[in-house]
Design a binder for this molecule. Structure first.
Ligand code: CMP
Length: 140
């Protein structure tokens, strides 16, 4: 299986509840390696740019305001099939529909406050990683 990298964001609802370590343990226990990580405060401009594919959606403004409501932890996860594997670890977008044991089932509060973001394709993973990290920030 190919080794991939994917972009993960631990969202403000999770950092507010001090869940970074518990979420990271789920990634690591599943075999993903955290090869870059930074705790930051997004600006409105960054949130709008990052989520620009959703610009026409009704939830766009709420989503961007939520993402700047507290610190986030941006990270690069590496492993075999990391993009798909991380999406399995995260669970469905809406925590109500997420499988038992997934991050969003364990910790998500709502479809907006769903604790984590993860890239949805290898192509988007590359773009999203470059949005936050330089090559030298990523140490495998
Ligand atoms: P994420 O994986 O970060 O990508 C876009 C986010 O939009 C998604 O997780 C959800 O948290 C958020 N969102 C808020 N409302 C909705 C909705 N009605 N449908 C899909 N995504 C939503």
């Amino acid at each position: 299986m190919p080794v991939e990298q994917t972009l993960s964001i631990i969202k403000p609802d999770a950092t507010r509840r001090n869940l970074t370590g518990k979420i990271n343990a789920l990634f690591e226990d599943a075999g993903l390696k955290i090869v870059a990580q930074r705790r930051i405060r997004l600006t409105k401009e960054m949130a709008e740019k990052f989520y620009e594919v959703h610009a026409e959606r009704s939830f766009f403004d709420d989503l961007c305001n939520f993402m700047i409501s507290g610190p986030v932890v941006v990270q690069v996860l590496e492993g075999e099939n990391a993009v798909a594997q991380n999406r399995q670890i995260m669970g469905a977008t809406n925590p109500a529909n997420a499988d038992a044991g997934t991050v969003r089932k364990l910790f998500g509060e709502s479809i907006e406050c769903n604790s984590v973001h993860g890239s949805d394709s290898l192509e988007n993973a590359k773009t999203e990683i470059e949005f936050f990290f330089a090559k030298m920030d990523i140490v495998g």
